[in-house]
Design a protein. Structure first.
Length: 476
């Protein structure tokens, strides 16, 4: 087995583009997701090491002295971070010319030729689900015999091997939490809406929904929800609970954990017997009975992608959701005491000044506990990207999706709505939502009840206003 380094390279200050992040950018409040997509192949490769540089505040000068300790380096990359990730890979190869190095991630999965052409230092890229692809590379198998690999041969020619079949037996994947324990400092990972410290992991891959903007199902995960068995999931949570007794919350990072309701209820009941607090991603269509089962068995929070309050936009993006269902679902969550972190996207196809206003009103009416407002991001490999290119919506000056500081920019522009208007509407959304008297009162009440929460919210407030200032600077 090759001595293998799995690396999330240094990036922008505060950049949360770990392998688990849905949108790679600086967030409104500093946050870091676990590098689960790197930890999973690391768990398959004996003797490997995972370095997640951004949350551990490591620079390339910290990492390069280690380059000669490894035979193979596998880096996770994304569209916004690709240029800097290539520089990191090149630096590793300069430090150890014998090192084999390559990339994983949606960026290289959808554009293997373009990715390999970016630098002769890149030896290979892996497509789709790359766990066992990387394991075979680490075992020393000839590149030509590794399904799912694109690589550069001795003549410098780019070769694409046959695709790797999607993994069906998800229980064949080992636990990722032992890798977390071995290589990561879990206190470095925090997200504003989750209790700290938290641990996140996947219980399945793929998503039944067909949202045109969503990166993972259209690139590396697919649209079938392939799941680990209930027992396999519960066994890992039980292990992690003993390994990390101070963890306050477990988060299931599946695109839509509630895609399989009977399974979600079965896992919930097993977690209830363990007495753990947990949260997950959900679609705004979960029936009240299921919500109650999950709430009664430790569910604290649901991360819900509402995206828009305009029904036509939801149709345009193939969300498969009706606004009235989302309203009822949210009322049920409020009634049951389930916290909601709601996510919204501005600038999707069909967006106008009027629909932006409609979405802001919708958000204030349904009143999730916290929100995240993103700009529509046409990632390569998604239907939204093809649609934007075909219709001339993509502003080429902003096609990298983030600016030089990692702040998300508005890449889409329409004849009736400019990218500047879309960009500016994000701050308007936040101000209208959070600076309501009722919302301010609830936040202050939460802070008064908990000195720890007061300290946390004050820090987040400072970060939030810093973020807004940097967004204005980015706009100019």
């Amino acid at each position: 087995m090759m001595r293998t380094l799995f690396l999330q390279a240094p990036s922008y200050e505060g950049f949360d583009g770990g392998a688990g992040s849905r949108y790679q950018a600086r967030r409104e409040i500093r946050s870091f997701w676990y590098p689960t997509w790197l930890a999973q192949p690391a768990a398959l490769v004996a003797g490997s090491r995972l370095i997640d540089a951004p949350p551990h505040r490591l620079s390339m000068s910290d990492i390069l002295p280690l380059a000669r300790d490894f035979d193979l380096a596998v880096l996770h990359t994304s569209t916004p971070s690709f240029a800097s990730d290539v520089k990191a890979l090149e630096a590793l190869k300069d430090a150890n010319p014998a090192l084999k190095a390559g990339f994983i991630g949606a960026k290289v999965a959808v554009d293997p030729s373009g990715s390999l052409s970016a630098s002769k230092a890149i030896d290979f890229v892996a497509g789709n689900e790359f766990d066992f692809t990387i394991k075979e590379v680490a075992e020393g198998r000839e590149f030509a015999r590794v399904a799912g690999l694109s690589w550069r041969n001795a003549d410098g020619r780019i070769v694409h091997n046959e695709p790797r079949a999607m993994l069906e037996n998800m229980d064949a994947l080992p636990f990722v939490t032992p890798v977390y324990q071995r290589d990561l400092t879990i206190e470095r990972y925090f997200i504003g809406y989750l209790q700290h410290p938290y641990v996140s992991l996947y219980t399945g891959r793929g998503c039944k929904s067909r949202c045109t903007f969503c990166l993972w199902p259209q690139t590396v995960g697919g649209h079938r929800y392939r799941t680990r068995s209930v027992g396999h999931v519960v066994e890992e949570i039980a292990w992690a609970r003993k390994a990390f007794p101070h963890v306050k919350e477990f988060f299931f990072d599946d695109d839509t954990f509630t895609d399989d309701l009977p399974r979600a209820e079965a896992i919930a009941k097993a977690l209830g017997r363990l007495g753990v607090t947990w949260s997950c991603n959900a679609k705004a269509n979960v029936p009240r009975d299921t919500l109650k089962v999950m709430r009664d068995n430790g569910l604290r929070l649901l991360l819900v992608g509402y995206e828009s309050g305009n029904q036509q936009i939801l149709f345009n993006i193939k969300k498969g959701m009706r606004v009235e269902f989302a309203r009822r679902f949210t009322r049920d969550c409020h009634d049951l005491g389930i916290t909601i972190h709601g996510t919204f996207i501005l600038g999707l196809p069909g967006e106008t000044k009027e629909t932006i206003e409609e979405t802001i009103r919708f958000a204030t009416e349904i009143n999730p506990h916290t929100i995240q407002v993103s700009l529509a991001a046409p990632y390569p490999g998604t239907f939204l990207h093809r649609q934007a290119v075909d219709n001339g919506w993509l502003d080429r000056a902003n096609a990298d999706l983030v600016d030089a500081h990692g702040v998300q920019i508005a890449p889409l522009t329409y004849p009736h709505l400019s990218h500047t208007e879309i960009f500016d509407s994000v701050e308007t959304f936040y101000r209208r939502f959070y600076f309501r008297s009722g919302k301010i009162a609830s936040i202050v009440g939460e802070m008064v009840r908990s000195p720890q929460m007061m300290k946390r919210r004050l820090r987040e407030g400072v970060e939030f206003f810093q973020f807004l200032r940097e967004r204005r600077e980015a706009a100019h």
